[in-house]
Design a protein around this ligand. Structure first.
Ligand SMILES: Cc1ncc(COP(=O)(O)O)c(C=O)c1O
Length: 370
């Protein structure tokens, strides 16, 4: 029997239509708070029946808590909308360390831009000098640095990132994607390079609110730059109403419900690190250390990542991310997104059951849905 996992995964979302636990997408399961969801529910009819405000106004709502102005921020329908507009405007030839979030390379390639990947060694720690040399050698006009890296979970330090900015001052564009930095530690703000937009006008910091704030269905992300003219050009590139009214309501509610955000991120980080420990007890898996809310794993047997993902889906109704087709990785790899501590524990029990050849329907299989 052929597994349905590929066709379900290829939908890239809408997984609520399937009887499956989503350990594929990396969103904060401890945010937003119940109070926000109740307020959203109570206002749903009004919001569905109303137009949202302009991008500039919404960008101001994002900019305020960051200590920035709307002249420095463009909010998008997810970070993916921002990155697509950015690559379209400024990328001619992109250099990017791989493995990486493939959408950067895919989008640039779809837009007819050249891409020069830089293959990282299997510990996936970026060799900064090696990457700088790669950029010089290939003649790229732009680079993308994802910190922490998705799917590897490695984090290039702030100092090393600034070292790269100095080497890349002559480039048209340096994109730093910090979508998962919130999970790297409670001091994520001091690890960020967002303050560097004032020193490096070619720097654009991209961030996905979808993941960190646990609202992937609302679709929110933003791009930040110190080059006000470029920010305006980018804004002009986006449709007039790309952010929906529910997402606007979320931004407007952050004042009231945002207090628990940092605590929620800490809970995610703790749950992820506990999951990492749990995965270390599963005989056929080598989990790699992570600074994100997901764990890249490789098999230590002849099993492939594709086989692990198909068996989890077919036998235990669990969806993970098969990374065996990802550039920069081989057939052993798969990625698990952390959910709540309880859900993660149940997944570890399932993986142990799988290792022991225990069938679905036992206690482990049921408790992941608890
Ligand atoms: C590094 C990175 N940036 C951006 C995105 C896209 O985020 P959004 O859902 O806000 O479009 C993703 C999605 O997985 C990602 O991994």
């Amino acid at each position: 029997m052929t597994s349905k996992v590929r066709s379900v995964s290829s939908l890239y979302g809408g997984f609520w239509n399937f009887d499956v636990q989503d350990f594929c997408y990396m969103t904060n399961r401890y945010f937003p708070p119940k109070g926000f969801l109740e307020a959203l529910g109570a206002n749903l009819a009004r919001l569905v029946g109303s137009y949202p405000s302009t991008n500039k106004h919404l960008s101001g709502l994002v900019a305020d808590p960051l200590g920035l102005t709307s002249a420095q921020v463009v909010v998008g329908n997810g970070a993916s909308e921002c990155l697509s507009a950015v690559t379209n405007l400024r990328v001619e030839h992109m250099a990017i360390p791989i493995p990486a979030f493939d959408e950067y390379r895919n989008r640039a390639a779809t837009q007819g831009k050249r891409v020069s990947p830089y293959v990282m060694a299997p510990d996936f720690d970026l060799d900064v000098d090696g990457f700088i040399k790669h950029v010089e050698d290939c003649g790229a006009n732009s680079v993308v640095i994802v910190r922490p890296n998705n799917p590897a979970g490695t984090l290039v330090t702030r100092d090393e990132t600034i070292q790269m900015f100095k080497a890349f001052v002559g480039l048209d564009l340096v994109i730093v994607d910090e979508s998962f930095l919130y999970f790297a530690g409670v001091d994520y703000q001091t690890m960020s390079v967002m303050d560097q937009i004032h020193a490096f006008p070619n720097l654009m910091v991209v961030n996905s609110m979808s993941k960190a704030f646990g609202v992937p269905g609302l679709r929110l992300g933003y791009a930040v730059s110190g080059d006000a003219a470029f920010v305006e050009r980018l804004r002009a590139e986006l449709p007039i109403w790309s952010i929906n009214s529910m997402a606007q309501f979320f931004l407007e509610s952050l004042d009231e419900y945002g207090d628990g955000f940092t605590d929620a991120c800490v809970q995610v980080t703790e749950a992820t690190q506990a999951l990492y420990q749990g995965l270390q007890t599963v005989p056929f898996i080598e989990p790699l250390p992570t600074r994100g809310n997901y764990i890249l794993c490789r098999t230590t047997t002849e099993l492939t990542g594709a086989e692990v993902s198909a068996r989890l889906f077919d036998e235990y109704k669990v969806l993970i991310n098969d990374c065996s087709g990802k550039q920069g990785l081989d057939s052993r790899y798969f990625r698990i997104a952390a959910k709540t501590a309880e859900e993660n524990d149940a997944l570890v029990r399932i993986l142990l059951a799988m290792a022991n050849g225990t069938p679905a329907g036992d206690e482990a299989g049921q408790s992941v849905r608890a």
